[in-house]
Design a protein around this ligand. Structure first.
Ligand code: PMP
Length: 369
């Protein structure tokens, strides 16, 4: 008997707009091969682990004090990384960081969305965008992608011009479908947008396309580029997301961020991990190669994988995707049912994990055909 266990959600004086909603819920199951949350499958190197440990040990003696509220040293390191990665001269004033890019996105909606305001996204896309909109009481406007899941920039611009959303989300590469968009297409959408355009680049390191960071100078009052250390950087457990934008956007976020939101441990560990960016990102090329191998093997088996510029692949066709998902789970492979009829999404793992997945694919096709 848990204290208070007889009270249910329905008994609580919940906000009406939250009634009947489901929380974000990628299953966290203890399965041998976990290819369901688009993490980097390679654990940190012993050198990185040693540096993170030493960095956290060093600040541990100061834990009686609050951390740097503005995470300046970390933002300087992130700016240096971004400058190197994009060739754009990004400074710490252009960068903001929070506990995962989810928190960055939430802060953006707290500032630019809210009651009486709207946010628009091109679906299917990252399921947290509408959930964060709902949490900040921003009305969500779903807009379509093409049937092949690509984004039709001209159509997107028309819809944006017509609906005039306060915030537009463009996920590139798009999760869960995998395509990215080019800067010219992005300009078309930016030119049509009356408000802020958030380009969610969580998977950009896997993409062959140019980062939207290049366009900030041209669209300083509109464009925000969101990024994360959770994917290519192999730092999902460290919880560090960041953005690049004009300094005024960062100033705006200071209005809503919680004081000392980034713990001293997080700041220290993220800086130590960033010090190993080059070696960590060395896995990106191997993962892209594995992605192409998985796509080809899926095609050979008669599946229809969607073109991906990220570290995951959406594939079909299944008559009953959820039933197929369970079959994969029975074979010891956890992948993702993202709710797109006929399709499942698999994260690219190590070559061994991908082999187990592809073996499971053979079993599943036999059983379901
Ligand atoms: N954006 C996209 C498109 C994602 O897929 C994810 C993670 N699944 C995130 C943002 C958030 O990741 P995090 O909070 O770990 O940075």
């Amino acid at each position: 008997d848990v204290i208070g266990g007889d009270v249910t959600l329905a008994d609580l004086p919940l906000r009406d707009d939250l009634r009947g909603r489901s929380p974000y819920g990628a299953p966290q199951l203890d399965v041998a091969v976990r290819l369901n949350t688009n993490e980097n499958p390679y654990p940190p190197s012993p050198e990185l682990v040693a540096d993170v440990t030493a960095a956290v040990q060093e600040i541990a003696g100061e834990l009686h004090r609050y951390p740097d509220r503005d995470a300046v040293a970390l933002r300087e390191d992130l700016a240096a990384y971004l400058s190197g990665a994009t060739g754009v001269n990004v400074s710490a004033d252009n960068v903001w960081a929070a506990n995962g890019s989810n928190e960055v996105l939430q802060q953006l909606l707290q500032v630019f969305g809210g009651p009486g305001r709207t946010a628009l996204g091109f679906e299917p896309s990252y399921s947290m965008h509408p959930i964060l909109a709902s949490g900040t009481r921003t009305e969500w406007l779903p807009a379509p992608r093409r049937a092949d899941f690509g984004l039709d920039a001209a159509q997107a611009a028309r819809i944006v011009a017509e609906r005039r959303p306060d915030v537009v989300f463009v996920t590139s590469p798009n999760n869960p479908t995998g395509q990215s968009i080019g800067l010219d297409e992005l300009r078309t959408i930016l030119d049509a947008a009356p408000g802020v355009v958030v380009v969610d680049e969580a998977y950009v390191e896997f993409s062959s396309r140019t980062s939207a960071v290049e366009l900030i100078e041209q669209y300083p009052s509109k464009l925000v580029v969101s990024r994360t250390m959770s994917k290519a950087f192999a730092f999902a457990g460290g919880r560090l997301g960041y953005l690049a934008a004009a300094p005024a956007v960062v100033e705006a976020l200071l209005l809503v961020r919680l004081p000392y939101h980034l713990s001293a441990q997080t700041q220290a560990a993220a800086r130590a991990a960033l010090g190993h960016a080059r070696e960590t990102l060395g896995s990106v090329q191997a993962l892209s190669g594995e992605r192409d191998r998985v796509v080809e093997a899926l095609r050979d088996m008669g599946f229809s994988p969607v073109h991906s510029d990220a570290n995951f692949v959406l594939f079909g066709h299944f008559d009953d995707a959820h039933r197929a998902w369970k079959r994969y789970l029975d074979s010891g492979v956890l992948i993702r049912d993202v709710g797109i009829p006929g399709h499942l999404r698999v994260t690219v793992g190590t070559p061994q994990e991908n082999d187990v997945f592809l073996d499971a694919c053979r079993t599943v096709t036999e059983e379901l055909s």
